[in-house]
Write a protein that binds this ligand. Sequence first.
Ligand SMILES: [Zn+2]
Length: 267
Amino acid sequence: MAQKSAIAIGAHPDDIEFCMAGTLLQLRAVGWKIHYFNLSSGNLGSVTMTSSKTVQTRAKEARAAARILKATYHASICQDLEIMYDIPALRKVAGVIRKSRASIVLTHSPVDYMEDHTNTCRLAVTAAFAHGMPSFKTSPTTRPYGHDVAVYHAMPHSLQGPLREKIVPGSFVDTTDVHEVKIEALGAHASQQDWLNTSQGMNSYLKTADDMSRHAGKLSKKFRHAEAWRRHLYYGFSRTEVDPLSTALGNLHKINAAYERMIKKGT
Ligand SMILES: [Zn+2]
């Protein structure tokens, strides 16, 4: 039987807050357990601190963010720009998914502007695929589980693929009620605010997240703040086609009819 458990798997500390935390919070509000897992320590995310100091600082910040979200924290397993689609990483990610017993896996877009995000997605997808395969060994060894899993992909940075093509959202989750908490969790990543201002010209860390969710809300034509998703094909993940985000969230979830038309047409 499916369990009310969801896991967000991001590449770097703060990715979850930018594009997945609102959905986690809405699931928690309807009784789901939520899990928080960034694969990378975020060790390159500073121009002033040493790598080891940055790792320490960012782990502390990520733990604080998970506490604000009331999510179970899972420690990172690798370093920035070193998230590889390889067997050791796959065994670790599969171990965390099995531990969470998740029915919903939230992760990055299958393609995104940088490879850490893309590889995180690939690891999360295969690890979710292996959730019920006893012969696939995880690290540490973790009991497989048989209930259905659905994988949802967050939108890529600026809703574009790496070739600058526009990516259309498949559905929206209303995050208006939980927006304040989502921003509070993002604010826990204090070391990143200055860093992104200098490295990527984001004039304000928190304002960027605010703008992103307002933009998704506008695209939904229904919600003030939203997060957008694309649902993975169910083959191998569940017995039949399921959409637990829609089932769990009801009116807080909206399918994007334009996306459904697009995939039916095959363009
Ligand atoms: Zn990232």
